[in-house]
Design a protein around this ligand. Structure first.
Ligand SMILES: [Mg+2]
Length: 342
């Protein structure tokens, strides 16, 4: 199937309907191989989303293998910023968990912005060797964290920053978490951002705790007066999201209060060898490196610069959602793998 695109509307065909999925949701799926550069005939209607599947046969094989293995073998690993959250909010670029933070003293926001302007281009420089780049990222995260401490960040400040932020979950994220929670399938949110902020975003935007969700991210330590004094453990930055994985995971509800039911110990999560991985950068694929997985279905959200990045995303991910798509397609995917239940 050379350089050919087929589109099919899946609704009502191979995927069973589910109460989590709104009836209006349809996905236009492009099965393809070869280059996408000259494809200009992609169309999208309101209420539908565009999906690119590089190798549909391989995807079907993985879905079948994971369905046969059962939901007890399944786990989901997800990046946070621009994967679970929208890339655009109300027509503008949405904020990241780092970017939304406003310190009481605006001078520190400026200092962190200056660091961003210096280091962000280095992060994506094609000429800097990876070892050097990794050191630069450690430097960047270290300086940023030091500014948060020096600037006297408080937990109340985080709460207010989240309340004032333009950050929003994709449609369908809550339903995805609920679907997985009902089936005791663990979700690992793996982020180079800040765990405390991600928790606060969930608290304010979702208003719900999920006993199956863990966050692996940089975690703050506050003193009795609510002032940030340090960070726990080793820094997770954009280039080492593959190193610490489960060993740094802490239950989401550590801060948010107890919930009923079991939590997921690292060892039992590591026994779940079938993985659905969600990310918006090719580097996010490293999130499953610590796992000796049997099957992995990788889902990429290509939010921007589609024309230039589609080839590489299609080669890297099993499924690629375009243009800030909602999460309904992933809900459908897990409902295919876990057909039992409701
Ligand atoms: Mg991201």
């Amino acid at each position: 199937m050379s350089n050919r695109l087929q589109s099919i509307l899946l609704l009502g065909t191979t995927i069973r309907t589910n109460r989590f999925i709104p009836h209006r949701f349809t996905s236009r799926i492009w099965f393809c191989s070869g280059s996408f550069r000259n494809q200009t005939n992609m169309e999208i209607d309101d209420g539908s989303c565009e999906v690119v599947v590089g190798d549909p046969h391989l995807l079907d094989t993985k879905i079948a293998a994971m369905r046969n293995a059962g939901q007890a073998k399944l786990q989901v690993i997800a990046d946070f910023d621009a994967t679970l959250t929208k890339y655009r909010v109300n027509g503008s670029r949405g904020q990241s968990s780092h970017g939304l933070l406003q310190q009481e003293n605006a001078e520190y926001d400026n200092k962190r912005r200056e660091l961003y302007e210096y280091y962000h281009p280095l992060e994506f420089s094609p000429t800097i060797p990876i070892e050097e780049k990794t050191k630069l990222m450690e430097e960047w995260w270290g300086k940023t964290h030091a500014l948060l401490i020096e600037g006297g960040l408080t937990y109340d400040g985080i709460r207010q920053s989240v309340a004032d932020s333009t950050i929003a979950f994709r449609e369908g994220v809550v339903e995805l978490f609920e679907f997985l929670e009902e089936r005791d399938i663990p979700v690992l949110i793996f982020s180079a951002g800040l765990a405390d902020i991600i928790e606060e975003v969930m608290r304010q935007k979702v208003h719900k705790l999920f006993k199956n969700v863990k966050i692996v991210s940089n975690r703050m330590v506050f003193d009795d007066n609510g002032h940030l004094v340090s960070f726990k453990g080793k820094t997770i930055h954009s280039l080492n999201k593959n190193e610490h994985a489960l060993d740094m995971a802490a239950p989401l509800h550590d801060r948010l209060g107890a919930v009923d039911g079991p939590t997921y110990e690292n060892v039992s999560v590591k026994m779940r060898r079938n993985v659905i991985l969600l990310g918006d950068h090719i580097g996010d694929l490293g999130m499953s490196d610590g796992l000796n997985y049997e099957n992995r279905i990788s889902v990429g959200f290509l939010n921007d610069n589609v024309e230039n990045s589609l080839d590489s995303y299609c080669q890297a991910f099993d499924v690629v959602y375009l243009n800030d798509a909602p999460m309904w397609g992933v809900v459908k995917l897990v409902s295919q793998i876990c057909p039992g239940g409701d």
